[in-house]
Design a protein around this ligand. Structure first.
Ligand code: BGC
Length: 817
């Protein structure tokens, strides 16, 4: 307990169940989970707040949510249980009736929330069955008392009128468009189905309802909140039929439970599309055939349970592709469960929908998606393949690309446009990782369009060549890559000079004409991914191209050594005028993390010891108790020539926040330098299981996943996390742990084993499945070395080197450091 008597922790990990168990509903921020694996997704908080959508959180939003509301986290799927004079919700909100017991278990694509009040227990299991466009809510209510209980139950959810943006804006239209149909125990939401929409949603329950509501005002009361819906307080459904305004869906039940008796209800929130000629079965009467079939698949407890078992098995299988056993449960639970899970969620969502991203603002990022996919290739390679093709299709013929695209249309987003000059490199990064995992060189021959224009198709390999060239052909006065709008740090806007508060720094006119702005981060990234490109060219027999590329890379190395080294670290950039950024000469922003990470990963200037010096400088100037800070000293005032970065107060976001995404670059560079102890120290500072042990109250956001940003030491709130879930940190933490610390990295024809460990690590075992093979890898480190494999036995036979050639079947690998 701290001074205000608030707990420092709000739950605990249950590793055997692969769950995080929240035991206090008043978490310092809503702690959420994601449901859905294919096309239908839901966000769900620990008090059942959140919303659902089909494929696109902007254009196909099923249920309404109030962002940044008062109170926080308003809107969701609520069950009101009336027991005599008491009304309560299993997830505590929205009534906030004090519960006798509360527990929320967030698991792999499911959440179970259980509440108990006056000897009635209600447990709701939320999940999306595999391959189904619906969220199931299995509600089990049990009478734990010695007496018969008479209970009333109201379900509640509020429809969003599909387009989540206009739903919040265009009231002159949408207060008149809302339409529903009620049939049996199902409430159908059919707004705009009469015209251009071919889809409707429904909310059903597998028992004959005894009342319902579909009009919000009649159910809640115009001046009431969700915590005091009039119909519930009066135990009296209105049987209302919505016409315009705000349609909702609520079912009503009035029933008895004998002592010890339990009753289950299976609620289903579903989405249906119909062909144009099959939309209606009568005048304005929607065709319910598909909805009824969906309901029939889950209309008993047994069927719902079977679907849940299938989901659990699905996750057993996914996670079995990489499992580690060490003597450190905090590491194991992250590597085996939560890190992989977060990678899957970032694959599904990119940066679109979380409690920090509204689902209406952003599409899929070109660079983000390429990095994210490296975190899940080993889980779902086929989807990674499709993702690569989709991303590459938004590239322009000159190798540049749309910065973002919309998932529903897969088209590039014109509002944001192009010009982020790091973007193309990431396509090489994603594609080569995919081929190494799968051996699918065939993907390189796929015909992929530019800007989605039919007729413009070239092979994916050609797209990679243009990606490489886009950097090589756009060099500045020092022979370093021109930065364009920005590189990975899209708040370092060196060509923007925006003084108009009404425009975005990132997408306003980009004044690159005559600019000398160059990026050392892109330089490092180019060398690193360029070498991946060279290796790939050699593999596919393009040796001339490999040689040409190698020359470009060599020139870049030289340019960095000559113009990019500041004495003890790599510079960050040159600005529009050719002035240094991230130099000891500057008053503020003397050193930045990104160029240290990438140039040290690329081992630029290794002969002069530059990588090691740079990493030492990171430790000296950027490391703090909560991780590695992006830049130091923080900018204390705004610089028009730097753009958004200096718009942030010191310690937050790109101005000296701990931007977790880039910490792994330094950690990986440490492992490449063989410094296992340092790598481990940086790694565990931002590893969620370590953070949660330190203090969940301070950290604020979910303790089971990484967040994008933790406030740095200049902030008013050092250590406080923000922007949880959807961050490239997930994939990078995965790459760090799997490839570089545990040291098991897929190559084109062999698995490379090259651990880099803290001295105290003595032994661990990894099971790795790929390419129809299973490798049981036992690593022994009897002398407490940080790096360096001395011997490997493959199926009992010593091999030379540290590469295990791929071969189908099961293999025992014994590694000694
Ligand atoms: C964006 C990334 C960007 C990072 C750093 C994130 O919000 O999604 O594309 O690299 O911020 O600015």
């Amino acid at each position: 307990m701290n001074q205000e008597n608030q707990p420092l922790k709000f739950g605990h990990f249950d590793d055997a169940a692969r769950e995080y168990v929240i035991t206090n509903p008043q978490t310092p921020w809503p702690w959420i989970n994601y449901l859905g694996n294919d096309d239908f997704f839901s966000l769900i908080s620990n008090t059942a707040g959140g919303y659902s959508f089909y494929k696109d959180a902007k254009f196909r939003r099923l249920t309404r949510y109030r962002y940044n509301g008062v109170p926080m986290d308003n809107g969701g799927r609520y069950f009101y249980i009336c027991d005599g004079d008491t009304t309560w919700n299993p997830g505590w909100k929205p009534m906030k009736t004090p519960l006798d017991a509360y527990e929320c278990r967030h698991g792999m694509s499911y959440t179970r929330i259980t509440g108990r009040k006056n000897d009635v227990e209600a447990s709701v299991l939320f999940f999306v069955p595999l391959g189904e466009n619906a969220e199931l809510q299995k509600l089990s209510i049990k009478n734990l008392s010695q007496e018969t209980k008479r209970l009333q139950l109201f379900s509640f959810t509020e429809w969003c009128l599909w387009n989540a943006a206009t739903d919040m804006e265009n009231f002159q239209r949408n207060f008149s468009t809302g339409e529903v149909e009620i049939e049996g125990s199902t409430i159908y939401h059919k707004t705009e189905y009469r015209e251009r929409r071919n889809h409707y949603a429904f909310y059903s329950v597998n028992a004959p309802m005894q009342g319902f509501d579909t009009d919000r005002e009649q159910f809640v009361g115009l001046y009431n909140g969700f915590h005091e819906p009039q119909a519930v307080l009066e135990r009296q459904p209105r049987n209302s039929v919505a016409h315009g305004w705000s349609p909702i869906a609520s079912h009503y039940f009035d029933f008895e439970l004998q002592p010890g008796e339990q009753r289950d209800f299976i609620f289903m929130l579903g989405y249906v599309e119909n062909d144009d000629d099959k939309k209606f079965v009568g005048p304005q009467v929607i065709n319910k055939e598909k909805a009824l079939q969906m309901m029939a698949r889950y209309d008993t407890t047994a069927k719902a349970d079977a679907a849940f078992d299938a989901l659990r098995k699905h996750w057993d299988e996914l996670l079995s592709n990489f499992q580690v056993e060490t003597d450190n449960p905090k590491l194991d639970r992250m590597v085996n469960i939560w890190n992989q899970y977060q990678c899957m969620v970032t694959f599904n969502m990119s940066r679109s929908a979380s409690f920090f991203e509204s689902g209406i603002g952003r599409g899929m990022g070109f660079r983000d998606s390429n990095q994210d996919l490296v975190g899940f290739i080993h889980l779902i390679p086929a989807k990674a393949r499709q993702r690569i093709i989709d991303i590459a299709s938004t590239q322009f013929p000159d190798g540049s690309c749309y910065h973002q695209y919309q998932p529903l249309t897969r088209r590039g987003n014109n509002d944001i446009g192009s010009g982020f000059n790091d973007d193309p490199c990431w396509l090489i990064f994603g594609t080569t990782a995919y081929i190494k995992e799968t051996g699918d060189f065939g993907i390189l021959d796929e015909q992929v369009p530019f800007d989605n224009q039919p007729g413009s198709e070239e092979t994916l390999m050609e797209h990679l060549r243009r990606s490489f060239n886009h950097v090589a052909d756009n060099l500045g006065p020092h022979g370093l890559p021109l930065i364009g709008r920005a590189d990975w740090n899209d708040c370092l806007n060196l060509n923007c000079f925006s003084t108009n508060p009404d425009e975005s720094y990132q997408t306003t006119e980009n004044k690159t004409e005559g600019s000398k702005a160059e990026s050392l981060m892109i330089a490092g990234l180019f060398v690193f991914t360029g070498e991946q490109y060279v290796e790939l060219c050699q593999r596919v027999g393009q040796n001339g191209e490999a040689q040409r590329a190698e020359q470009c890379i060599q020139q870049m190395r030289e340019a960095v050594e000559k113009h990019g080294w500041d004495g003890s670290w790599y510079l960050r950039a040159y600005d529009f005028f050719g002035n240094k950024i991230g130099s000891n000469e500057n008053d503020e922003g003397k050193i930045f993390i990104e160029s240290q990470g990438w140039c040290a990963m690329a081992r630029i200037g290794a002969e002069q010891g530059m990588p090691e010096k740079s990493l030492d400088s990171v430790k000296q100037h950027l490391e703090c108790e909560h991780g590695i800070i992006l830049n130091q000293p923080a900018y204390t005032h705004w610089h028009v020539e730097m753009g958004e970065i200096s718009s942030y107060p010191p310690g937050y976001k790109e101005n000296a926040g701990i931007f977790c995404h880039n910490n792994p670059w330094v950690i990986i560079a440490e492992t490449l330098a063989g410094r296992g102890q340092d790598a481990w120290q940086h790694y565990t500072k931002i590893l969620p299981s370590y953070v949660e042990e330190r203090n969940s109250l301070l950290h604020k956001v979910e303790p089971y996943v990484n967040c994008q940003m933790v406030a740095g030491s200049d902030a008013a709130t050092p250590g406080q996390g923000k922007n949880s879930w959807l961050t490239g940190t997930a994939a990078w933490m995965w790459i760090t742990a799997a490839w570089h610390i545990l040291g098991i990295q897929p190559g084109y024809d062999a698995l490379t084993i090259d651990p880099c460990l803290p001295k105290e690590a003595r032994t661990y075992r990894v099971t790795r499945r790929l390419r129809n093979a299973v490798y049981h890898i036992q690593v022994n480190n009897p002398n407490g070395k940080e790096k360096g494999v001395s011997q490997i036995l493959l199926d009992g036979q010593p091999i030379s080197g540290n590469k295990i050639p791929y071969a189908e079947g099961e293999h025992e690998v014994e590694v000694t450091l």
